[in-house]
Design a protein around this ligand. Structure first.
Ligand code: AQP
Length: 333
């Protein structure tokens, strides 16, 4: 039976890319499928985190989920480390995944830096934990940004290898990535060839979900663009990464395609697009950031959502883990 699973890391600086590529999709998908949305704190610690901040950042993602419109009574919201099946299944699946497969993962290459020998083992096996996150619930649909496509393919390979090698036909389903629309790869506002990212040192490179209206307007105004007018056809954006990005953001925020945006703004310059984009971004994001602030002041309420979610998540994952252990030949308790 269909089930949605996805997650966001509690690493601070939650931004427009995370919203358009992931969280906004969660909000719409929860109406069509039983859904599980995780705050992936085990993934966050693959690079050093300040323990004092991690709890707050975990609550921040939970607040963003709820503020964006995920209904915690309907969908499950919880923190990854509170359900032990993730870590346990990750070990079992790490014995299925091949070193050669992991060596091809581009995110590791990007995040490990120059001296790969100094990266944590966790950063290297990150995609195996991600496969465990999904397969622990036998999730079938995984809404993610474009950057996670390769990891999803790996999860599919791991599931297939487990089913095949353990003679457990169709035990794990093939999880399907859902990567659709103009918001699946939002680029930096300062460089149209770099992904908008939490770790970019320049705050002007991204719109944070916690930015107020003035800050959002300022960042859009200062966003890199070019001197040309906008084309009337999408092909005209091909060699213009900044223009393509701003048009894409406008399209994603208003729920239309790039072509639709160009049919409105083609022939006009950024002087016309940018103020409208700023208005739209404020209109969509300001209510979310306001609600996030309100929720973050009510820690007991947020923790209640996360603990209730953990129980409901565990109730789904525990029997699947147990069956996995039986397939492996482990004695089960
Ligand atoms: N720029 C983006 N455009 C569209 N989707 C994006 N996502 C991330 N960046 C963009 C999607 O957001 C979800 C959660 O991401 P994550 O918390 O796992 O972190 P990440 O992908 O590592 O995010 P960042 O912001 O890019 O962080 P750093 O700076 O650490 O690399 C995922 O579905 C992701 O695809």
């Amino acid at each position: 039976s269909p089930r949605v699973f996805s997650g966001v890391q509690p690493t601070g600086n939650l931004h427009l890319g995370n919203y358009l590529g992931a969280i906004s999709k969660f909000v719409t998908m929860q109406h069509d499928y039983p859904s599980i949305f995780c705050v992936v704190d085990l993934h966050a610690v693959t690079v050093p985190q300040d323990p004092k901040l991690l709890k707050e950042q975990t609550r921040e993602i939970a607040a963003a989920y709820v503020a964006a419109g995920i209904d915690p009574a309907k969908s499950i919201i919880f923190a990854q480390s509170t359900v032990s099946a993730h870590a346990e299944l990750a070990w079992i699946l790490s014995c299925q995944a091949r070193i050669g497969w992991l060596n091809r993962m581009t995110q590791f290459k990007d995040k490990a830096g120059k001296d790969k020998e100094k990266a944590s083992v966790g950063l290297y096996t990150y995609p195996v934990l991600m496969a465990a996150d999904i397969l622990a619930y036998k999730a079938t649909h995984v809404p993610v940004g474009e950057d996670q496509k390769q990891h999803l393919e790996l999860a599919r390979d791991i599931a297939a290898k487990f089913n095949n090698d353990m003679n457990a036909e169709d035990f794990f389903p093939q999880p399907e990535p859902l990567i659709q629309g103009p918001g699946t790869r939002v680029m930096s506002l300062k460089d149209g060839t770099a992904k908008m990212s939490k770790s970019d040192p320049s705050d002007l490179s991204r719109i944070n979900l916690t930015d107020d209206a003035d800050t959002i307007a300022k960042k859009v105004k200062k966003a890199k663009s070019d001197a040309d007018v906008l084309p009337s056809e999408e092909e005209g954006l091909e060699a213009r990464p900044e223009a393509r990005n701003l048009v894409g953001i406008y399209a994603a925020l208003s729920g239309v395609s790039r072509a639709d945006v160009l049919s409105e703004f083609g022939g006009q310059g950024f002087g016309a697009l940018k103020p409208r984009l700023a208005e739209l971004a404020v209109e969509k994001l300001a209510p979310i950031s306001e609600e996030m602030r309100r929720l973050q002041n009510d820690r007991a309420h947020l923790d209640g959502i996360l603990m209730d979610g953990a129980e409901r998540a565990d109730a789904i994952a525990a029997p699947i883990l147990r069956e996995t252990k039986e397939i492996m030949g482990f004695l089960v308790r």
